[in-house]
Ligand binder design. Structure first.
Ligand code: ADP
Length: 526
């Protein structure tokens, strides 16, 4: 528009010049009347005297027009022979161009024409311009669609697994090279991440402790299979961490860790007991999750319970003989006994003291066995030789009841702790004599087969009623308490045997029938 506007202006100016020269030639030839013959409405022609008075005008009545001497173009024409000026008319959309020439008689001929302003030109061109825009738009849509397709199609068909093997337009080559480079980088990062992941799962999967990691919204991020196993969950889970365990303790532990506090709690699930340790995970001083470790403390809790029971049983067992001793001693001290009964009391005190010693010795043995790491040394032990030695020690006691001890088998060696093996066999033989009938027998049989080496102690004693058989290996358990005490039992003998068997990975078998006899076998693995 700008280019055209300037072009039109110079063209109009040239035309005005030409028109002025033609008309001035006409006036020079024909005089003033020549103007009245011109009928063109677009061009206004004015004839002005050298004094500025309008003589004739093709558009306006000449008499009504004021003196034109002050008009720019008129002044220029009077001075230089020709003048040109542009003025805006009343309406802003139009501007009028004036060209004036001086005639030979000194009067001025002025020709003027209207030029439309840029806005007016624009308005008049609006229709064709709109048409051009619409056509251009349609063409652009069609063409850009086609071009886009021709660009995008090869891109969509790219084999991104092998970016550099693609045969496509050259402009894509830098992009493909970049993709190939990034692919290599991603692959190596993936390999690295996979390696890290494998390392992480190798560590966590080999943990016996359960491990759960959650984000700050309690959503599970990861867990190990020990966590599933410990909480007795069969299939893998995801989502909220509380699906692992809906107990209040579990929820409170996790919530407290997410509040930024390290928390430790005990919790029960089924018949098992767990220790929960939850630690908050921080990033930029903000808690972003929690790590929960689950420890199975069932065995520890059981052991603790047993220990408590044992302590209370021990106190009870010690209290009885001590009370008797104290009672007898008090009576003797107060002189309440005659010289004859004093001897009886002294014997009773001696017997109770002996029981106490036996009890304390057994308790010491049990405690020693409880401390798995008591410095026991494994060595080859001849079970036959050991049995002979024990039989010799027990013989006086057996003779008192006229019980015969037989050792059957031959020298068989096993690897074990001699001291413990001695106590085990001694306790079995001691029971076999203690709970035997007068004139009974005790057989110690040593044998070896594909299942291992067996040491069996068989007696012809009172036997153990069926209902007691499963409990006699418990600490302080006796079938007939009074009887056991009367014959010097502590209730710990078979517990020592059981512990000793555990130390040697051996198995215990018990067969017993009331009034017929009891057979206890210890089977050592071969
Ligand atoms: P105790 O010191 O009382 O003998 P043990 O632990 O050795 O304690 O044995 C536990 C109980 O088992 C005994 O009190 C007894 O009732 C029973 N018992 C053990 N061995 C025999 C056996 N050979 N014959 C019959 N009863 C037995």
């Amino acid at each position: 528009m700008s280019v055209l506007y300037n072009h039109f202006q110079s063209q109009i100016k040239n035309e005005l010049k030409k028109e002025a020269s033609y008309i001035s030639a006409g006036i020079e030839a024909e005089g003033e009347s020549y103007i009245s013959r011109i009928t063109d409405e677009d061009t206004r022609i004015t004839l002005i005297t050298s004094g500025g008075e309008v003589i004739a005008d093709t558009s306006v009545d000449a008499e009504k027009l004021e003196n034109h001497l002050d008009r720019e173009e008129v002044r220029q024409a009077l001075e230089t022979g020709s003048g040109f000026s542009i003025r805006y008319s009343d309406t802003l959309t139009k501007r009028v161009m004036y060209y004036a020439v001086k005639l030979s008689d000194g009067s001025i001929l002025r020709v003027s024409a209207t030029q439309y302003s840029a806005a007016a030109i624009l308005i008049s061109l609006a229709q064709p311009i709109a048409l051009i825009i619409i056509v251009t738009l349609i063409l652009s849509i069609i063409l850009s669609g086609r071009i886009a397709k021709s660009i995008v199609k090869p891109i969509n068909e790219l084999d991104l697994d092998n970016p550099e093997n693609n045969d496509t337009y050259d402009e894509l080559a830098p992009l493909l090279r970049k993709i190939s480079k990034q692919r290599k980088m991603i692959n190596s990062q993936l390999r690295e991440a996979k390696l890290q992941q494998e390392k992480f799962s190798l560590i966590t999967e080999n943990m016996t402790e359960g491990l759960l990691v959650t984000d700050k919204n309690m959503q599970l991020l990861t867990y190990n299979s020990a966590a599933l196993r410990l909480l007795e969950i069969e299939k893998p889970l995801n989502g909220n961490v509380l699906v692992f365990n809906r107990s209040r303790v579990f929820r409170e532990t996790v919530e407290s860790a997410l509040d930024g506090k390290r928390t430790q709690n005990e919790m029960s699930s089924g018949c098992r007991r767990y220790n929960l340790i939850a630690n908050p995970v921080y990033e930029d001083k903000k808690v972003i999750g929690a790590v929960i470790v689950i420890l199975d403390i069932t065995e520890n809790a059981k052991r603790e319970q047993l220990r408590r029971e044992f302590t209370s049983n021990v106190s009870h067992e010690l209290k009885t003989p001590l009370t008797s001793i104290s009672g007898f001693a008090e009576m003797m001290m107060n002189g309440e006994t005659s010289p004859e009964t004093t001897a009886d009391f002294a014997r009773s005190i001696y017997d109770e003291a002996q029981r106490l010693i036996a009890l304390v010795l057994d308790i010491l043995r049990i405690s020693e066995l409880d401390e798995r790491d008591s410095g026991f040394v494994n060595e080859p032990v001849d079970l036959y030789g050991l049995s002979q030695e024990i039989a010799r020690r027990i013989k006086p006691q057996a003779d008192r009841k006229n019980v015969k001890i037989n050792i059957i088998g031959n020298n068989i060696m096993i690897v074990g702790v001699k001291k413990i093996l001695d106590e085990m066999i001694f306790n079995l033989c001691d029971n076999a004599v203690k709970y035997n009938k007068p004139d009974g027998t005790v057989d110690i049989v040593i044998s070896r087969d594909e299942n291992g080496t067996a040491l069996t102690v068989r007696d012809t004693g009172i036997g153990i009623p069926k209902e007691h058989q499963s409990r006699i290996f418990e600490r302080f358990y006796r079938v007939d308490k009074a009887r056991s005490k009367a014959i010097g039992g502590t209730g710990l003998g078979l517990s020592i045997v059981k512990h000793g068997a555990i130390c040697h990975n051996a198995e215990i078998k018990l067969e017993s029938e009331e009034n017929i006899g009891t057979t206890v076998s210890i089977i050592f693995p071969s």
